[in-house]
Design a protein around this ligand. Sequence first.
Ligand code: NAI
Length: 701
Amino acid sequence: MGATYELRGDVAVITLDNPPVNGLGFETRRAFSAGIERAHADAAVRAIVITGAGKAFSGGADIKEFGSPKAVAEPNLLSLIKQLDDATKPVVAAIHSVCMGGGLELSLGAHYRVAAPGTNVALPEVKLGLIPGAGGTQRLPRVLGVETALNMIVSGEPVKSELLASVPGQKLFDRIITDDLLAGAVEFARAVAAEHAAGKPLPRVRDMKCRHPNGDAYFQFARNMVKGMARNFPAPGKCVDAVQAATQKKFDDGMVYEREIFTALMFTPECKALRHAFFAERAASKIPDVPEDTPVRKIEQVAVIGAGTMGGGITMNFLNAGIPVVMLEMKQEALDRGVATIRKNYDAQVKKGKLKQEKLDQRMALLRTTLNYADIAQADMVIEAVFEEMGVKEKVFKTLDEVMKPGAILASNTSTLDVDQIANFTKRPQDVIGTHFFSPANVMKLLEVVRGKATAKDVLATVMQLGKKIKKTAVVSGVCDGFIGNRMIEQYSRQAGFLLEEGCTPAQVDKAIEKFGFAMGPFRMGDLAGNDIGWAIRKRRYVEKPGMRYSKTADLLCEMGRYGQKTGAGWYDYQPGKRDAIPSAVVEQMIADHRASLGIAPRKISDDEIVHRLVYALVNEGAKIVEEGIASRASDIDMVYLTGYGFPLHRGGPMCYADTVGLFNVVQTMKKFAANPHDDASFWQPAPLLARLAAEGKSFS
Ligand code: NAI
């Protein structure tokens, strides 16, 4: 592992070799550097080709080394690139498959670059809250032109090599090689070596000019555009600054400037949050007691029971991934309605140009419907999405147990019911699991995978892998009321209710938390999802937990028939056909009357208090969930909130946010909240895990 060295006649070939994507880890860098030296020391070598083994040229930094001293140990990436800059023999980069981040920056140190078509080329650092840190912002504009380079750097998105090669005047690629890349690169290297021997100087990217004809106006325009899109993230704006510097400063000064920005960004909370989310996503797919090589079951055909809101959305995920689905319902009308909704959703995508008609037809062709269980018996997995009533689930699972082939995975989309109880309706509880999708199921990234007491490890591994295949962020949750996400949101909602009782309006609460970065505040959210859903859950839950205090305002609202957008009125008023939330005098009066009945004199509550009461309610329940082992790690909770509940990405999720504030500070603030006579002191009793970590000066991560 590292990099290999071989001679092809008078051309030395250095091949990065660090699977899976030739990350530029320490060993790889050392071997690469040694290879460049060796090629220079060998008088018989006239040119050097650098390339990558396997499925990439290089994907950039080695994420296994992230944050460790090895990541920056010499020779670091900048030293390698300097070595190429100083090379006296021509260096040709032979680029294929993936050329990203540090990999692209390394190739920009070479004198020439040849590429295979179809290569994904990108500087994705902005996605981790950074700018490229090894010359990317200074070199890419020199070879691609300012505008194309800036677009790539600001978006971080990959662009195909052949497309870049068609940019007028570009010097990124000297040639696109459609057949054997390495053979072509060696031949190309030999040709340039001959020219070089005849006196042609070696072209270095650092020596190229970097200009924009209307620099000031263009960069001002770019800055405005980026500001609008980047919202809470500083990195995109800094990309503009760095690229502008490439047009104004000498190369070496531009490099220093780039480094200064890179280092400063590294310490911003936004960058920390993005890196946290990146690693949290990877961690979520790992289950402590389920080895990664656990064999999985084949899922080639799926059945979905119930063609309602969730069943339809769930079905679309599988059709999108090319997996055939049979939908089962009680009545033909329900099936027809379900299929029509799916088609309508796809049609809308076609109209927006997001989906080709041909693809729509392919997907619809994978869908079958039935009223008869015999037609789903051979499915590898069945997902139940029928009414949320234990009696209905019981009937369905008993039938599934009778008809489904042995080894089929039996999943429930229940959002509140006990998956263990559901599993026990069958004689094969090891095959039963919860797959809790979020609405709209074809859009939302989150999939809570609910592991029952008896769920077999291979069933869990299969569903986690399937989650990836249907492009979800799958997070494992143990069985408890509400699983991870909804169990926490209950505490958040309780606080939102207390805030109303103490003097807030729904709009004030929503505005404060939306300013913090949430996609939607609790009351606008309630109106969208339907306030009656929570009402039904509360009726059940607070009968079971009679001691649990909560604000009755939401019940009073439902008693007024104000279920939300679907009834044209909820916490807010709505005009027919519109979704704008208009503050409602009737609701504010209802809240004021309720407040008076409790004998509470309203007070002015700051945005800061609103935000912290809501967010720390999540954090405290999250800590309990980790401690009970319902979640494997705190970062899983962050993934649930980032992908399923609109928690602001730039804050990294509730647990990451608490770490940023400092757990000691979080606990101190909670103590202050506990002293408020109108709040619930027991609510703010710090979870044992939180109290312990705070006392020890530790963090969740
Ligand atoms: P829905 O009422 O829109 O759809 C349920 C469908 O199941 C109906 O079409 C009904 O005809 C069918 N059905 C009922 N009993 C059946 C049976 N015995 N056999 C075959 N089909 C039957 O309900 P929705 O919203 O799709 O919810 C389904 C499940 O998903 C529930 O368990 C719910 O808690 C859960 N869920 C709902 C979410 C939401 O936002 N709506 C979010 C996450 C989970």
